[in-house]
Design a protein. Structure first.
Length: 87
């Protein structure tokens, strides 16, 4: 049995981004290219440029400060004052 053969029930590590459903990876997941999906996405994904690009994008997004959300409460067009409750 060669390295490419997977036994029934054997765990196969794959790209952690497969379940993200990224459209840039979609071309590998068609019937004519399933061999590429198994060899790259469930094999040598560390060599895939898209794997590294998605990792970089996620790392940059984590370093970005979170957006501040401001809420104004009003009743009948009149802004109501809010006070801190300590919670």
């Amino acid at each position: 049995m060669d390295d490419a053969t997977i036994r029934m029930g054997e765990r196969m590590d794959g790209c952690p981004h497969v379940n993200r459903n990224d459209p840039r990876c979609a071309t590998r997941f068609c019937l004519g290219r399933l061999d590429q999906a198994f060899s790259v996405c469930f094999g040598t994904y560390h060599g895939c440029p898209m794997y590294h690009r998605i990792n970089d994008e996620l790392a940059r997004a984590e370093r970005r400060p979170a957006a501040i959300v401001t809420t104004t409460l009003s009743r009948h067009g009149v802004t109501l004052p809010l006070r801190a409750t300590g919670s």
